[in-house]
Design a protein around this ligand. Structure first.
Ligand SMILES: [Zn+2]
Length: 363
């Protein structure tokens, strides 16, 4: 038998024919970094180690574009939930999901209608037609609202090890990217830059030189996110109080480096396992297909019709067999939802710009 150096071995084919990704559709609180404050809790501190999250670039930050939209309470107790945008999110399986997004389509349609109404409003003003002016003012407002309700929101996902719960393996932390830069992504970027600059300044002093170029060639500035020589981070989540000193639902986050330099793990094998863990962001923030999202856009609850293999609206289910399925799954979901609420300590009416606590239910 010839012994070729390259071959299509059973190992390769096992990998190829295996389920492409493990099935993480069932909600598991272990997959999420729990930064939520419980009622009455005003501050909590977590010690984490950041892992690369983007498989292509090794970046610690994954940009996720979502629509944060109104949903029925049974989908999210606070009445709003985030869905991955099928049009703007780059690294989802577009062969499977396509490129069209019902929320983006509605956003565009509403925007176009608003522009149309603005034109008509201008014309009415010019003609002094007050009745028409009033009508078109309302139309402009109406379409503007609908457009905004379907806009995209930029989130960031970080993958990390929670030092207090290392046995859970890598966890995902999703938050909105804020324009004021006070979100974890920007805080970490600032901290990384500051520590790098400090190490350069220290070296300039040590070698008594003026410019970075004059430092020894083997000088390497500090990289606090290095998996071997970097540091853990201390994340402090604090409740925001209003001007009367009353606690609000809002929180603020501060991030500093924790203690001395240390590797991700003293055990290199453990470190490798964490770094190369198969779970990716889209396993825990599950992408939903166009048909599902369209039902959400209609303000309905999607339901998987097993007989016809398609998403249908739960409320509009007519077929007796489908109704029976709905009833059964309702029961199962209720139990499930309660367990989840307990695990994540839901904030009932969270502010819209806050992190979306309503992750995916398994349907
Ligand atoms: Zn979209």
């Amino acid at each position: 038998m010839a012994n070729y150096r390259r071959n299509i071995t059973p190992d390769v084919m096992e990998e190829e024919t295996a389920e492409r990704k493990p099935n993480y559709t069932a909600f598991d609180a272990k997959n999420y970094l729990n930064t939520k404050l419980k009622d009455g809790e005003n501050e909590k501190t977590l010690r984490i180690r950041i892992l690369p999250v983007d498989k292509d670039t090794n970046s610690p930050f994954k940009k996720v574009i979502m629509h944060y939209v109104k949903v029925q309470p049974e989908l999210a107790p606070n009445g709003s939930k985030g869905y991955v945008c099928l049009h703007h999110q780059d690294d989802i399986d577009h062969d499977q999901f396509g490129d069209d997004c019902p929320f983006c389509e509605m956003n565009q349609l509403a925007y176009n209608n608003m522009v149309e109404a603005q034109k008509k409003l201008k014309k009415a003003q010019e003609e002094g037609n007050e009745e028409e002016e009033e009508l078109q003012t309302k139309e402009v407002e109406r379409w503007k609202k609908i457009s905004l309700a379907n806009k995209t929101t930029e989130y960031c996902v970080i993958r990390c090890i929670d030092r207090a719960n290392e046995e859970d393996g890598p966890k995902f932390w999703k938050f909105t990217v804020r324009s004021d830069g006070k979100d974890p992504k920007n805080l970490i970027k600032k901290l990384w830059k500051a520590r790098k600059q400090e190490s350069i300044d220290d070296a300039l002093e040590e070698y008594d030189v003026k410019k970075e170029e004059e430092l020894p060639e083997d000088f390497e500035p500090v990289n606090i996110l290095d998996l071997e020589t970097g540091r853990d981070l201390k994340v402090t989540v604090s409740r925001v109080f209003d001007k009367d000193g009353k606690p609000t639902k809002k929180t603020s986050t501060t991030i500093v480096d924790y203690g001395k330099e240390r590797p991700l793990s003293k055990d290199p094998e453990q470190a490798e396992n964490w770094i190369n863990d198969k779970k990716v962001w889209s396993d825990v923030f599950i992408v939903k297909p166009y048909e599902y999202l369209s039902i959400i856009l209609d303000g309905e609850v999607p339901f998987w019709d097993k007989q016809n293999n398609k998403w249908v609206s739960k409320g509009r289910a007519r077929d007796e067999e489908v109704k029976k399925q709905v009833r059964e799954e309702n029961k199962a979901n209720e139990k499930y939802r309660k367990a989840k609420e307990k695990a994540l300590n839901y904030d009932e009416d969270e502010e819209e710009d806050e992190e979306d606590s309503s992750e995916d239910l398994p349907y």
